[in-house]
Design a protein around this ligand. Structure first.
Ligand code: PHE
Length: 350
């Protein structure tokens, strides 16, 4: 008769320990505790029934039952400990930083090809004693055209397709525009200063243009101006020759040919011999052997008069470089529109 309760305790023990082994979370562990050690738990039932037993069995089952109780309690707290530890480790693993992973690569910025060449151009002229000055992109008709020897209605204005600012003055005229070239800066600079002058004036210019591979509605120019007593065309040639050799190589030749710009007299178009084929003819120079790089000339006496300089005392030269053409030639870029449409595949190459 004593064996019945003993067997019961043995069953409880083996069943409880077996189940405990399969438990993986704290919720199941709590259920386990309720099943065996809770108020209505199987072991608790046995211990509660002790008073009903004959005295000698009571002692025996009592002590076995209490041993089992403390065994189960001990196993419970061990299991609880190990589950909590495992839980903590899992959480750490999920949220922690793996220092052995390679980091995100930092995207380094690059210099835009225009900026790169502009800096080189500025350095070259600075080394020859030229100042560097910037001016407004929204300009008056009077600076962009009139002061440069192109009064209203002058046919030479058609050389620059103009974007006008939508603003009319009291005469019903539109006097404001986006500068079509950097030449108005010549006027602004001469108005502020007396000769001698040696200055370059880089910046953006705008044209009302149907864009294609060689035409953009916005691009850069670098204007140059030198005014002093006794400046001649030889100074212009020498300066541009030096510039061409510093930028395109020591063995460069330059070619001057007549051209027309209303604000210079005489006006010239300047070309260098092709730095790829050295004049033989190739795809960079279009088979010609020469590459046009800028317009230039001796400052027109009327322009000097406009700013109050005496053309009998002072002479000077001016030039205007189309900047993008230089990196296009140097890097073999075949479409000017690539410069400003912000395509990283293009910009990353410089
Ligand atoms: N401003 C002229 C252009 O845009 C270039 C130029 C500048 C020509 C200075 C002569 C002297 O075409």
């Amino acid at each position: 008769m004593g064996t019945e309760n003993t067997q019961k305790l043995e069953r409880i023990q083996s069943e409880a320990l077996e189940k405990l082994d399969t438990i993986n979370d704290l919720k199941d562990l709590e259920n386990w505790r309720v099943t065996y050690l809770g108020r209505k738990g199987t072991l608790t039932q046995v211990l509660r029934g002790l008073s009903q037993l004959p005295i000698e069995e009571r002692r025996d089952i009592g002590s076995r039952g209490n041993q089992l109780k403390s065994l189960l309690e001990q196993k419970l707290s061990e299991k609880e400990e190990s589950l909590k530890q495992a839980d903590l480790e899992r959480k750490l693993e999920e949220s922690s930083i793996d220092v052995t992973l390679p980091g995100y690569s930092i995207q380094l910025g690059r210099t835009h090809p225009t900026t790169k060449i502009l800096r080189q151009v500025c350095d070259i002229f600075a080394s020859m004693g030229f100042e560097i000055v910037e001016g407004p992109e929204v300009e008056w008709d009077s600076y962009n055209f009139e002061a440069l020897n192109m009064p209203k209605g002058h046919p030479a204005r058609d050389m620059w397709d103009t974007m006008w600012v939508d603003y009319t003055d009291e005469n019903g005229e539109r006097p404001m525009l986006l500068r079509t070239h950097t030449s108005p800066m010549e006027i602004r600079f001469m108005e502020r200063r007396d000769p001698p002058i040696r200055v370059i004036m880089p910046g953006k210019v705008y044209r009302y243009e149907a864009t294609d591979a060689t035409h953009e509605s916005m691009f850069y120019q670098v204007e140059g101006l030198a005014i002093d007593k006794g400046i001649t065309m030889a100074d212009l040639k020498g300066t541009l020759y030096e510039f061409a050799r510093k930028l395109f190589g020591e063995d460069r030749k330059i070619r001057f040919r007549c051209d027309y710009f209303p604000f210079v007299e005489p006006g010239v178009e300047v070309a260098i011999d092709c730095f790829v084929c050295h004049g033989e003819g190739c795809s960079v120079c279009g088979g010609d052997g020469w590459i046009e790089i800028l317009g230039a000339g001796m400052t027109h006496p009327d322009v000097l008069r406009w700013v109050g300089y005496d053309p009998d005392v002072y002479t000077g030269f001016a030039f205007g470089i189309g900047l993008e053409r230089i990196p296009m030639l140097m890097y073999g870029i075949d479409d000017i529109r690539l410069f400003y449409n912000n395509d990283m595949r293009f910009l990353k190459q410089f």
